[in-house]
Ligand binder design. Structure first.
Ligand SMILES: Cc1ncc(COP(=O)(O)O)c(C=O)c1O
Length: 328
């Protein structure tokens, strides 16, 4: 079965030789101090941040949880749908969770969202942008309005950019009320290493990192992350490759747009919906390609599929085309 349900890369960006090199340079008898400093410096340089505004943890998931634990006391709000873990982590600590429902076509009512913020006054608003599960890039005017609304009630806006590298040039608002969460699990292709990154300023940075462990990631993970970050040309080629896989995925589904609805993707997956979307999902599943479907009632007519190895696309496209013909 080919997995299209995890939003991860089908391949590793690091060769076996590079992995061995990183293992060999790892001093497992000491705590990871230099390794952490080096990783932060390399990540900051690559992404145009300052190392002192960056901290790492075990996956961006850990940051989502930490942010809720430290800042979420007066309630957490997000869109519905959005990344499910926002609600799960809020429930874990017993804080109030609010959500703003999408329209039937999975677009969002921006004015309603702002008025809900003003009415409920949550302490944190989480938004994934590019958005999971729809894959769209929400417009910067909406993100700015969210930021202003959260600032006006003394709260915080968390912009979860798990798929940020797939979307070119999307400016983000700045200030101590903004927290950016990133990961190396998606475009970097390193989900197994669990490298999550947070970027925040001033007192906000201090508050969310206050509950950190002294050594948040192990030396080998940090050295492997640094290995890819220190090879700029290789990383650029890798990003291009990921975007090529994204394009092949979008092209494969485009062939049946007359039967299902497809959101424009700014991520490593495509989101399909409509009364025949589940049928296509089942057809692909029967033929060895496993997408992602949902139990939630508002997503019952939706299915999501993430990138696969380039060798698997011709068969995928053939299957999708074949399925489309059965409805013509
Ligand atoms: C929007 C979003 N945020 C965060 C995560 C968690 O990523 P990780 O914990 O691997 O860094 C995911 C994973 O699918 C995601 O889709």
């Amino acid at each position: 079965m080919i997995s299209m349900d995890r939003n991860t890369s089908p391949k590793s960006p690091l060769s076996k030789e590079q992995i061995i090199k990183a293992v060999n340079r790892t001093n497992i008898e000491v705590y990871p101090e230099e390794e952490l400093t080096r990783f932060k410096r390399l990540y900051a340089e690559r992404n145009g941040f300052s190392p002192e505004n960056i901290e790492v943890a075990n996956g961006s998931d850990e940051w989502l949880q930490k942010i809720i634990m430290t800042l979420g006391k007066n309630g957490v709000m997000s869109l519905n749908p959005d990344f499910f873990m926002y609600q799960i982590y809020t429930n874990q600590v017993g804080f109030r969770y609010y959500s703003v429902p999408s329209r039937e076509d999975y677009s969002f009512d921006y004015d309603l969202t702002i008025s809900e913020i003003k009415a409920k006054k949550p302490s944190v608003f989480f938004i994934s942008n590019p958005h999971n599960p729809t894959g769209v890039l929400l417009p910067s005017h909406f993100i700015n309005e969210l930021a202003d609304a959260m600032k006006s009630i003394g709260g915080y806006l968390v912009i979860d950019e798990a798929y940020g590298e797939f979307a070119l040039d999307h400016p983000v608002p700045e200030g101590e009320h903004i927290i950016i969460v990133r990961t190396m699990s998606k475009v970097y292709g390193l989900a197994g290493l669990r490298i999550g990154i947070v970027i925040a300023k001033g007192k906000t940075y201090e508050t969310i990192t206050r509950i950190n462990h002294p050594y948040p990631l192990n030396s080998l993970t940090l050295n492997l992350g640094s290995e890819i970050l220190s090879n700029e040309a290789q990383l650029n080629d890798w990003f291009e490759y990921q975007k090529k896989l994204q394009q092949s995925l979008a092209d494969a589904f485009e062939t049946v747009r007359r039967h299902i609805k497809i959101k424009p993707t700014h991520t490593n997956f495509v989101f399909t919906y409509g009364d025949k979307a589940k049928d296509l999902y089942e057809y692909l599943y029967k033929n060895g390609y496993r997408g992602r479907v949902y139990d939630e009632p508002n997503l019952k007519n939706a299915a999501r599929f993430s990138i696969i190895d380039e060798d698997e696309y011709p068969r995928l496209k053939e299957l999708i085309t074949e399925w489309g013909k059965s409805y013509d």
